[in-house]
Every structure is written in structure tokens, then in C-alpha cells.
Design a protein around this ligand. Structure first.
Ligand code: PEP
Ligand code: MN
Length: 351
């Protein structure tokens, strides 16, 4: 069963609690959301950052997931981190598995899981690793693929950051976009719960995921979220899940209308022209940088002058403010331009 086959122009929705806590909690949540979702999730073994936190009830929750299947007809999914977990899930008839962020980072565990799954066609969803290292995410997918596990999807759940952020995990949307560029046929779904860490941010993140053409959502949902034993702040109630899904705006991927395509292409041509001018300007700027480097060399001056660099940044940021542009965008761009200016000058000074 390929995820692609499930989707008919609507997001593929996986929802359910962060952790399976009791038979009653699992069944009650599943009954309340069954009409609106494709697959029911619940963590059985929970990889918690700190010891002494609730680490999941373990194997006995697999029986509760079997009951969800029987009573609702939903497919069920849970997280596996070891070969033993995989064996228990296969025995219990769990339909799909996900590999968590803390496991994707560890090639030994991914290898062990791949070997335990060999010869099955269980769909496997691979979450991004905790830090934004694309090759580790791609490597885990490749490792599974090499063992013949081809029913693969990715889950984008955001990345740990030391910088202050409104989110528990920074979305860094560019990372899943790059994964998609490398594997165009790989379905990617978004887990806005683990990105947000706060239920109020989940709807807007879900909409961004849809606007970026992600194929689905994994949303933590609990029949009584504030009482949840793990991730209580980021779980939705069944009602909140329903209104989120109802409120999503699903846009089309392409125009069927030729007139609209022509208009869009005209605007894209203008962008192409502006980008060409930008590259031409960067080329002229690099010529000037080289001239300055020759001048510094001849007159025995250091490449880097802190005062001048601060002045450039301040002037460009002021200009950004005057033009109503994002200051951070402009300072990021000039940091990069400056980095390459230093590289160009260093090469000349070494001559
Ligand atoms: C989870 O989905 O409950 C979970 C532990 O996720 P992650 O691996 O993204 O932290
Ligand atoms: Mn969770």
C-alpha cells in the first residue's frame, strides 16, 4: 500500500495521542476522530530526553491498537526504535511504523530496524533527525531502501535550535524542500505538533505545509489533551482537529486554465530578468572586490577591517528598513556576500 494511493487531492492524515496511556484513552480518542483521519497513531515506547519521564507503557499498548483496528477499521501506526520493537509490532499486526527523530540520527539503529523489516512491505515513515543534517535523513531512507523496504515516506517534525524561537523545533522548511529535490517521488508529510510545541501554532503550520505541497499531516490528538502524560501542550482535542482539517485551504498544484498560466509565466519572466541583473551586479561587485584586494596588497593593509564591515551591515539594514524589507533577510544576504568577498581577497593576497 503506497501512501500515494491513499491520496485523492486531500491531505493524508495521521492523528492520535503522543503516547498510548490506557485502553480507555486510546479507544476514546480513536472513536472521536475516526471519521476525519486515515491512520491512528499512538506512541508505545517513548524516547524521552530525560530519565524518569513517562517512557510509554510498552508492548501491552499494542493490544489496544489492535482493538482500535477492530472497532474503527482504521490503520494504526507506532514508533519503533529497535529490532525488538519491530518484531513485537509485526506480530501484533501494526500496519505502519515510524522512526523517531532520535533514532534517525543513529545509523546502527536504522540498520537494525531495516534488517528486522526485511521481506515485509510495511510502510515506514522516517522522521527528520533532531538537527538539520539532510544527509542523515536521506541516509536513513536509503539504508531502509537498500534492504528492500520501499514503501517509504518522510515526516518533517522540525529541528532543534539554540536560537530563541517561537517553536519547540524550528521548521527550516528549506530542508524538507531539499529532500524533495533529491527524492521527487518520496511523499513527505508534516508533523506540526512537534514543530510547534504549542497547540495554538498547529493550524498555521499545517496550512504552510499544505501550501508547500506536503502530502499530509501527523497531528497529536488526545480526547483530553491537558491531562496527557506526554507532550500535553501540543496535542489537540478531537474537536480542534476537526476544525483544523475543515479550515485547511487546499490549493491546486497547476493551472488548468491557459490564460492564468500565461499571466504567471509573464511574472516569472520578470523575476528571471531581475535575477539576471542581480547576478550581473554581483559580478561587477566581485570585480571591484578584486581591485580593492590588489590595492590593499600593494599598500600592505589587512583584508578585514571590522569598522568597515559594521558600516556596510548598518547601511544595508537601514536601506532595508526604508524599503520595507526584512532586515534579517538583507543582513543574511550581506553576511554571505561578505564571506565570499573575504575568500576572493584572500586568494589575491596569497599570490
Ligand atoms: C512522537 O511522534 O511522539 C515523537 C517522539 O516524535 P519525534 O521523534 O519527532 O520527537
Ligand atoms: Mn510527542
Amino acid at each position: 500500500m503506497k501512501l500515494e494511493n491513499f491520496i485523492h487531492n486531500k491531505p493524508f492524515v495521521i492523528a492520535g495521542p503522543c503516547s498510548a496511556e490506557s485502553e480507555n484513552q486510546v479507544l476514546k480518542t480513536a472513536e472521536n476522530i475516526q471519521q476525519n483521519i486515515d491512520v491512528f497513531r499512538a506512541g508505545v515506547w517513548k524516547p524521552r530526553t530525560k530519565p524518569n519521564s513517562f517512557e510509554g507503557v510498552g508492548e501491552k499498548a499494542l493490544i489496544w491498537l489492535q482493538k482500535v483496528k477492530e472497532e474503527t477499521g482504521l490503520k494504526v501506526i507506532t514508533e519503533v526504535a529497535t529490532a525488538k520493537h519491530v518484531e513485537h509490532c509485526l506480530e501484533a499486526g501494526i500496519d505502519m511504523l515510524w522512526i523517531g527523530a532520535r533514532t534517525t540520527v543513529n545509523p546502527f539503529y536504522v540498520q537494525e530496524i531495516a534488517e528486522a523489516l526485511r521481506g515485509t512491505d510495511t510502510p515506514v515513515f522516517v522522521k527528520n533527525p533532531i538537527h538539520p543534517e539532510l544527509s542523515l535523513w536521506a541516509g536513513a531512507l536509503e539504508r531502509l531502501n537498500q534492504k528492500g523496504i520501499t514503501n517509504l515516506s518522510a515526516i518533517h517534525r522540525g529541528f532543534f535550535t539554540y536560537e530563541s524561537s517561537a517553536f519547540r523545533n524550528e521548521p527550516k522548511w528549506e530542508v524538507p524542500i531539499e529532500l524533495k529535490r533529491n527524492f521527487p517521488d518520496l511523499p513527505i508529510i508534516c508533523d506540526p505538533s512537534h514543530i510547534a510545541g504549542d497547540r495554538s501554532l498547529i493550524p498555521e503550520l499545517s496550512q504552510i505545509a499544505m501550501d508547500l505541497d506536503m502530502r499530509g499531516l501527523m497531528i497529536e490528538t488526545h480526547h483530553n489533551p491537558t491531562e496527557a502524560w506526554s507532550d500535553a501542550n501540543q496535542q489537540l482535542s478531537p474537536k480542534e482537529l476537526y476544525s483544523l482539517l475543515k479550515g485547511l485551504v487546499l490549493r491546486k498544484r497547476d493551472f488548468e486554465n491557459d490564460e492564468l498560466s500565461i499571466q504567471l509565466n509573464k511574472m516569472r519572466n520578470l523575476i528571471d530578468k531581475l535575477d539576471k541583473k542581480t547576478v550581473d551586479l554581483l559580478s561587477s561587485r566581485t570585480d571591484l572586490v578584486k581591485e580593492i584586494a590588489e590595492f590593499k596588497l600593494k599598500n600592505n593593509l589587512t583584508i578585514f577591517q571590522l569598522k568597515r564591515w559594521f558600516q556596510i551591515l548598518e547601511m544595508r539594514k537601514d536601506q532595508a528598513v526604508n524599503l520595507g524589507l526584512d532586515q534579517k533577510m538583507i543582513s543574511d544576504i550581506f553576511e554571505l556576500i561578505h564571506k565570499y568577498s573575504i575568500i576572493t581577497q584572500t586568494k589575491i593576497m596569497k599570490k
